[in-house]
Design a protein around this ligand. Structure first.
Ligand code: MN
Length: 415
């Protein structure tokens, strides 16, 4: 597939994240206006609420784009998803009648959460990450838990703490106990971290176990996802029920939902299996995507350093396998369910998707481009993720996924 040309000129550059091939869905507002649905095209947003009001796009009998979330549209189902994408491709193609009256400059808007998060689950499905973290927490002999190669391990997170890119993140307090401490204490997190992940968004509900193919078809799209992690809280609390407060501060997502349809040219197989998976988790086609990912760190007032470069194909399990596993004991899934992939680390040191791994638990601090060093996040640091799939003369990008870490409160219980 090659670049599809649009009458929105800025969309026609080979390295622009939002060409006509992409058409990612978001929620935006301009000063004083109600947040509403739009689609990114080049440097602009095509205002779907306005277009729906003029009957240019009519996916349902009642309006679905005049609300600050994409859940109502997702609920219309895959036939409506395909029809909107086809309609927008026609409307925005080079040669179609230009309709600049529906465009809003992205520079002039505030982006919001693109959907209401029904529930949030986070997985642990990157093999290099699980091996690195397991080695640090339990030793090399016990790095991968015995179940890891047979099921995608996950835990139920908090939908309420998922925030849109640009939201400041307050350093949390928590219960900490160092290896040489006799007793735990309650204090600000000293080992605050990122996790470079992809988020998959469920667009079709289910009630009971579904197959991997059904799960793949039920996923509406993807976002970048930074699963902020308090490593010192995590190390003390995680056994035997897994992370809890360590992952409860915030999870940042990118503001644009990149649809599974837009990513279709980039489908790739999962890696070779060490153990054959049981039938209900077996691969049935390429269900990962070739998406280049980076993590960046910008000290307060300083220059931006790229601290990790990796790729979504490093996952051992696809989002479809994770979703199928999630339903296998019968839990219903809802429109707007969000599944975090787990940290996406590669085999090389500079491909590691968390500071915990990059600095090897703080033992090997990394050096930023400005010369400063980091083991974990310092107050004022801005952490960012990028994601780009590279086609033949075009790019499918995700937009920013950033957050700045603010100092811990002096007294978290002050009223
Ligand atoms: Mn995570």
């Amino acid at each position: 597939m090659t670049l599809k040309l649009s009458w929105v000129a800025s969309a026609n550059a080979a390295d622009h994240p939002f060409p006509l091939n992409n058409l990612p869905y978001g929620v935006f507002s301009t000063d004083g206006s109600m947040p509403r649905c739009g689609v990114a095209i080049g440097d602009m947003i095509f205002d779907l609420c306005a277009a729906e009001g003029d009957d240019l796009v009519t996916p349902a009998g009642t309006p679905v784009f005049d609300v600050p979330y994409w859940n109502d549209f997702m609920d219309l189902g895959p036939a409506a998803w395909a029809e909107l994408r086809a309609t927008l491709t026609d409307l925005l193609s080079d040669g179609a009648k230009p309709r600049p009256e529906y465009l809003v400059a992205q520079a002039d808007v505030q982006m919001q959460m693109p959907f209401q998060v029904a529930e949030y689950t986070d997985f642990y499905a990157g093999r290099h990450h699980a091996t690195n973290v397991g080695t640090m927490f339990r030793g090399a002999e016990n790095a991968l838990p015995p179940n890891w190669l047979h099921i995608p391990i996950g835990y139920n997170g908090r939908a309420s703490s998922v925030v849109a890119s640009g939201t400041d993140i307050r350093r949390p307090w928590g219960q900490l106990k160092g290896p040489n401490d006799v007793l735990p204490r309650f204090a600000p997190c000293a080992r605050f971290d990122i996790e470079l992940e992809m988020g998959a968004i469920v667009g079709t509900p289910s009630d009971g176990p579904i197959t991997v193919q059904e799960a793949f078809d039920n996923i509406f799209g993807y976002v970048l996802l930074n699963d902020w992690s308090a490593r010192d809280i995590q190390a003390w609390e995680y056994q035997p029920l897994g992370p809890f407060q360590a992952k409860s501060t915030a999870t940042t997502i990118s503001p644009w939902i990149v649809t599974a349809a837009a990513l279709a040219p980039f489908r790739r197989d999962t890696p070779a299996r060490e153990f054959e998976l049981l039938d209900h988790l077996k691969d049935c086609g390429p269900m990962l995507y070739d998406i280049d990912l980076t993590a960046t760190l910008t000290p307060e007032g300083g220059q931006t350093s790229t601290i990790a470069r990796t790729n979504y194909t490093q996952m051992y399990y696809s989002a479809a396998q994770q979703l199928a596993h999630h339903t296998s004991a019968g839990t219903p899934m809802r429109v707007g369910d969000l599944l975090g992939s787990g940290t996406i680390s590669g085999a090389e040191k500079d491909q590691r998707g968390s500071l915990l791994e990059l600095s090897w638990g703080g033992k090997e601090p990394i050096t930023l481009d400005c010369g400063a060093t980091r083991s974990f996040i310092e107050d004022g640091d801005t952490l960012g993720l990028t994601g780009n799939a590279h086609g033949d003369g075009f790019t499918i990008g995700f937009g920013p996924c950033i957050g700045t870490v603010l100092p811990a409160l002096k007294d978290p219980f002050a009223r």
